[in-house]
Design a binder for this molecule. Structure first.
Ligand SMILES: Cc1ncc(COP(=O)(O)O)c(C=O)c1O
Length: 455
């Protein structure tokens, strides 16, 4: 029995898969501040035209341009690996596989869309990209992609991660990008937050406001904004993960029962799960689980409604699960999972019964990650540890039930630059955060005035 399944360069998928084509309802449109659907053209100052086209496309399959494939071939196809040693340690009859996205040069799945986005921007004559980053993985991926294509790159990094993970900033700088802690004094959005909360740990919602403002306020018109998750075109680009995994499982003759990935804005989850969700939508018996932190329980305790993607309300309102745009989660170590909202397509998949979300405490996740590192050898990112913990729960359940389940999860990134979090866990200073009913009710109450999202 093989342990690692590799595809050849020539097997790389040549089209992305768009789940919008297979959902029961047509996705709801983004709304402007007046509550009316926005026109795709109104986003032209923010994104290049081709990405806006993908954002609203109803097509099931979208061709991957040769130029993007050339960039992706630097590290794709990625291996599918059987976690035999973890299985043995758990004594489970389950067969556990993971798609190893940590082999990208930036260390995570993020280059799958960063390379595509940078390429489309370059094609349109854009010279500079602005973005935000939570844990720093997305910032590094975009910095890398800009370096490969000769674009400038500016990254607003959530302050708590900037302080917890200084090496990420150095990595972005090594790729030639500029990296600032957010909130910063460079933007009106950042200054407004600092005036009210000078000690804020920051949040992705704040950093997105700063990056959008920095992009659209460049009078030369040569700057655009890039988002590392949440939006439909980002989910689309990530589906190459699941499309490869399907080929690899078919080579083994395996039929998957459970699919698991962590979910911050939803992109690595969507990337692995969407191509399989199409099978589930047409009746396949399959459990698909997005895993989020207990301290930022967007899918499990949030509201499905229209909300802004950022704190200042510079983005359109999106139909998604949300905890409210000014919800600032506790500074847990999985910085990439500290987002108040969720991809509209992932959210809709939950509403339509395709996905069954789960929220886990960070200590269980770090414990799971240590077991994984001591059996399989890889030290996963704190975000990814949420998927590992859920896999272990499912494998233990399979053991109790005596069932040979096939579990597939997304190893979305390595944790070699997240050692601060591991250190906190190992020295016993890491605690669990769960938002109380009152804090949650106060956060959700602010959403009451937003337009409801109904199909
Ligand atoms: C390694 C890793 N996994 C997961 C995530 C969560 O993002 P998403 O839900 O978009 O995959 C991040 C975000 O920074 C990340 O760095």
């Amino acid at each position: 029995m093989e342990t690692k399944i590799h595809l050849r360069d020539g097997d790389i998928p040549r089209q992305w898969y768009n789940l919008a084509a297979d959902l029961a309802h047509e996705p709801l449109p983004p709304l402007g501040p007046d509550g009316c659907p926005i026109s795709p053209e109104s986003l032209l100052k923010v994104f290049p035209a081709k990405l806006i086209e993908q954002e609203v496309s109803p097509e099931r399959w979208i061709d991957i341009p040769e130029g993007v494939l050339e960039l992706l071939l630097r590290f794709r196809p990625t291996p599918l690996v059987r976690a035999r040693h973890l299985e043995q340690a758990l004594g489970t009859p389950a067969r556990i596989y993971y798609k190893n996205e940590s082999v990208s040069p930036a260390g995570s799945h993020k280059p799958n869309t960063a390379m595509a986005q940078a390429w489309y921007n370059k094609q349109q004559g854009v010279e500079r990209l602005c973005t935000e980053t939570g844990a720093g993985q997305w910032g590094c991926a975009l910095a890398l992609s800009c370096a490969l294509l000769g674009l400038e790159c500016k990254v607003f990094m959530v302050r708590v991660s900037f302080e917890q993970k200084p090496a990420r900033k150095t990595m972005m700088q090594a790729y030639g990008a500029t990296c600032l802690p957010s909130p910063s004094t460079e933007t009106a959005a950042g200054r407004a937050v600092l005036a009210e909360h000078p000690d804020t740990p920051g949040s992705l919602g704040i950093a997105i406001s700063e990056a959008v403002e920095a992009a659209v306020s460049d009078a030369s018109g040569r700057t655009r904004y890039a988002l590392g998750s949440v939006l439909n075109h980002v989910m689309l680009h990530q589906t190459i993960i699941g499309l490869e995994a399907k080929k690899q499982l078919a080579m083994l003759g395996e039929k998957v029962d459970v699919i698991i990935a962590c979910a911050g804005g939803g992109s690595n989850f969507a990337g692995l799960a969407f191509p399989f969700a199409a099978d589930k939508a047409s009746g396949a018996d399959l459990e698909i689980i997005p895993v989020e932190p207990l301290s930022c329980p967007t899918l499990t305790r949030g509201l499905f409604t229209y909300d802004y993607g950022d704190i200042a309300g510079l983005t359109p309102m999106l139909p998604m699960y949300s905890l409210g745009r000014d919800f600032v989660p506790d500074p847990i170590h999985a910085g990439g999972l500290r987002y108040h909202g969720m991809s509209p397509l992932v959210s809709q998949g939950v509403i339509e019964g395709l996905f069954s979300p789960l929220a886990l405490p960070q200590t269980e996740c770090f414990r799971a990650a240590l077991l994984f590192s001591r059996t399989e050898g890889l030290l996963v990112a704190p975000e990814t540890s949420h998927a590992v913990a859920a896999v272990i729960r499912k494998a233990e359940q399979a053991k109790q039930e005596g069932r040979e389940k096939v579990i597939l999860f997304n190893l979305s990134g390595h944790g070699m630059m997240d050692l601060h979090g591991y250190d906190a866990f190992l020295n016993g200073s890491l605690v669990d955060h769960e938002i109380g009913e009152e804090q949650l009710a106060a956060a959700l109450a602010k959403l009451a005035t937003h337009p409801p999202a109904r199909f």
